[in-house]
Design a protein around this ligand. Sequence first.
Ligand SMILES: Cc1cc2nc3c(=O)[nH]c(=O)nc-3n(C[C@H](O)[C@H](O)[C@H](O)COP(=O)(O)OP(=O)(O)OC[C@H]3O[C@@H](n4cnc5c(N)ncnc54)[C@H](O)[C@@H]3O)c2cc1C
Length: 454
Amino acid sequence: MNRFSGTLHLPGDESFEEACLGRVFNARRPTDRRPAAVLEARTEADVVEGVRLALERGWQVAVRSGGHSWAAWSVRGDALLIDLGGFREMAYDPDTRIATATPSVKGGDELNPFLSGFGRFFNGGHCPSVGIGGFLLQGGQGWNARGWGWAAENIVAIDVVTAEGELVRADETHHSDLFWAARGAGPGFFGVVTRFHLRTRPLPGHLAHTVHAYPLDLFDEVMTWLHEAHHTVSDLVEIVAVTQGLPEYDEHVLLVTGLSFTDTPEQAAEALAPLHANPYADRALFRVEATPTTLAEQIHGQREANPESHRYFVDNAWLTGSASDVVPAIRKAFTEHPTPQTFTIWFSMAPLRGLPDMAFSLQSEIYCATYVVHDGPERDAELRAWLDEAMAAMQPVTAGQYLGDSDFTVRQLKFMGDEQWRRLQEIRAVRDPKGLFAGYLSAGAVTNTNHWEQ
Ligand SMILES: Cc1cc2nc3c(=O)[nH]c(=O)nc-3n(C[C@H](O)[C@H](O)[C@H](O)COP(=O)(O)OP(=O)(O)OC[C@H]3O[C@@H](n4cnc5c(N)ncnc54)[C@H](O)[C@@H]3O)c2cc1C
């Protein structure tokens, strides 16, 4: 008798390859690893049965929600891949203002349109197709993380299938060790989350943005100014500097952007004003200042920057230090892009907010990530080498990395505080003593250390 309402794909099935890789966002897919089987789960009961099947067969368990892990963490050898893509449910309780959603729900394409019907909002990932599952487990740098904090701070409970194949609810008081770990362990989490219970916020009343575009030969001057100024900007403004190509320019340009989440145009103008005081503003290629925008327009921009069916190499660093140290260290990553679609972001988290007690525990005032976007495999080695060089130049000002844009098979950095890392391992030893869950995908032991400090 079939024990699943979803579908189990086995090696040799015509559908197997598509089930393994079809939902992986990055077109640069793994060639050297395939799961033992793929379960397309449709219900919580499927997930429970899937974990039990893996226990019976001696397989590990890997999980896929939105499929957006750049390094395809869900594709693991000798594991049952539990794919939650066909298990999509959302609900909202107007009394508690808590939303519940299954992990494959897409933050921008699905959860926010649903919540907007209730006048509510969740600070999910910028790219609308990112699944909330992997995003929340690693912390979740959503809209205005600078002011609203990490998306995982809004998790009030999770439903999770444990390594013993039991479905439990974990929150601050029940199974609190699982609740603590789920907010930051990322792919090192030892359970399958089947549902998130999320605190929502009011839909922002007025969105406005400022965009100053500069030629790259002003990179040092503008970024030095921004390095000194970003702490002073209202925490209702998301501040991102990005170098990227624009259709109307032959060369990549530096965009210094502010997106304000206020209630009125007057508040937006005041919140964004410090960005207009840039002393190089009169040398900008163009300027948009405190102009009304919409989430749909912003999301469109994200989708354009992150096209589907392309190959990506991505790497990142938490930066620390003075402008005179940081700006030269990041110059290569921002000004020497190897393909037209490559882009690099500088994302302000300043002034740094404190974090609640959870596994996610490493951040700095500036987040920097480079996304090398390209087509065929011919340039893979060259492009990865370029990215390695760009990241190596940042080493002197790098405090660690964010899991969301990392790939431990290539480069390991610190991603958690030492105390939190120790605690995570202790909890894992109790919750998953036999290593049922595949854990971090890496080329060697995961040490939570910057590789040049080992
Ligand atoms: C185009 C694009 C834009 C992005 N933008 C942002 C952004 O704005 N902010 C940000 O923080 N990140 C961003 N990311 C990174 C993204 O958040 C991570 O790659 C995240 O892991 C994706 O989650 P997912 O569920 O889609 O991925 P998946 O590949 O499905 O999951 C990644 C891993 O997380 C674990 N996992 C996922 N779901 C579960 C579950 N239910 N139970 C247990 N473990 C689970 C598994 O180990 C899984 O292999 C972006 C990625 C892409 C491709």
